[in-house]
Design a protein around this ligand. Structure first.
Ligand SMILES: Cc1cc2nc3c(=O)[nH]c(=O)nc-3n(C[C@H](O)[C@H](O)[C@H](O)COP(=O)(O)O)c2cc1C
Length: 349
């Protein structure tokens, strides 16, 4: 009966609703208002994220994502070619103020010493690099240092500031070894009954932290589960691993944080940034002798609710995907998974 009803609904959508309502964005809005609640949670989560971000700003305690974005903007300004004498006048005072606020906050999980050091170094570099006679710069500088005494030249003492490409450390990994690693990584679903040491997961994460993210916000968290009962509860929720989850020693739930953004236009970035970090993470696991497989997180309200309750997710947080990890069972089968060719995937100009 359930299947028949589902097929009937699909037919109505295909024959009547979709042909008409797909023709204009407002009709699409109407469709998703009147006939489907499939986007409801996404809308609500995006809205919660925006609200939390705005409330934090209004209460004078901006979140760390905000500071990260601002410091990133200053760094981009510092590396501009033919840079103007002054820039960032519209937000430099804000950066300094937010830096001081977050420095006084005791939440090392969100605002750690490295973030504060980066912010402080970039702000100092900014003051050293722009026209100090500008009144806005003067004010911001006074706000930052607390006095207007002349400051000694930094002379390369700052480490967390823009640098030249030619000064960067170059890895010894060549194309052949990287390609081999890419070939080695396959989705492994059968594992040895062996614990995954936390230090290996932490090491893989250290590599994953180097992944790019929009405005360097890094709007995700990797929630790791390996305590048998709990990890089986987590693994039993996604649909795509129903027959295999108990064999997987460790699950990661990659959680995105929508309070990283002020604007709806950035609503997809959690998935992009989370995906990029997950890929680096899985490659790093391979280099440490571990195998993994990504696990789909379908946007289904009942499952979202289950995961939210189990993980105690906040109002702006969404699971984006899961990753299963373990030491591969050498006798476990691996699907061949034929790949497309570069010619199929690339078009030039
Ligand atoms: C977003 C995403 C979701 C996936 N979901 C599942 C899943 O639910 N269950 C599963 O067994 N594999 C899942 N996979 C693994 C894919 O089946 C696998 O990556 C694909 O077939 C290519 O094989 P390879 O990873 O070995 O190259 C998923 C992969 C991705 C990227």
């Amino acid at each position: 009966m359930g299947l028949l009803l589902y097929q009937f609904k699909l037919k109505i959508q295909e024959k009547i609703l979709l042909p008409v309502m797909r023709k204009h964005p407002k009709l699409a809005d109407l469709y998703y208002f009147a006939f489907s609640s499939d986007f409801s949670r996404e809308h609500q989560k995006v809205m919660n994220g925006k609200y939390l971000h705005l409330q934090a700003l209004k209460n004078g305690r901006p979140n760390a994502f905000h500071l990260r974005r601002e410091v990133h903007r200053i760094e981009k300004g510092l590396v501009m070619r033919n840079r103007r004498d002054v820039f960032a006048l519209d937000f430099i005072k804000d950066v300094v103020k937010n830096y001081h606020i977050l420095k006084s906050q005791s939440n090392p999980k969100e605002v750690d010493a490295d973030l504060l050091n980066w912010a402080s170094s970039v702000i100092q570099k900014y003051f050293e690099s722009v026209d100090g006679a500008n009144p806005v710069v003067k004010e911001a500088k006074l706000l930052f240092y607390g006095d207007d005494k002349p400051k000694p030249k930094l002379n390369g003492q700052l480490t967390s500031v823009p640098y030249l490409r030619e000064d960067a450390t170059v890895s010894k990994v060549n194309y052949e070894s990287f390609y081999k690693l890419a070939m080695q990584r396959r989705s492994v679903r059968w594992f040895q009954d062996k614990e995954v040491p936390h230090d290996l997961i932490n090491k893989a994460m250290l590599a994953a932290t180097q992944s790019p993210s929009a405005c360097n916000r890094q709007p995700f968290e990797f929630r790791v589960f390996d305590q048998k009962e709990l990890k089986d509860k987590v693994g039993s929720i996604p649909m795509g691993i129903r027959g295999i989850f108990s064999n997987v020693p460790t699950f990661v739930v990659v959680v995105g944080k929508l309070s990283a953004y002020l604007s709806e236009r950035d609503r997809h970035v959690i998935y992009i940034d989370g995906g990029l970090a997950s890929m680096s993470f899985m490659f790093a696991l391979e280099t440490l002798g571990l195998s993994s497989f990504p696990i789909n997180w379908p946007d289904i309200e009942s499952l979202e609710k289950k995961m939210e309750d189990l993980l105690g997710l906040k109002s702006d947080e969404r699971p984006m995907m899961l990753i299963g990890i373990g030491f591969a069972d050498p006798k476990g089968g691996i699907p061949y998974s034929q790949k497309k060719s570069p010619e199929q995937l690339i078009t030039y100009n």
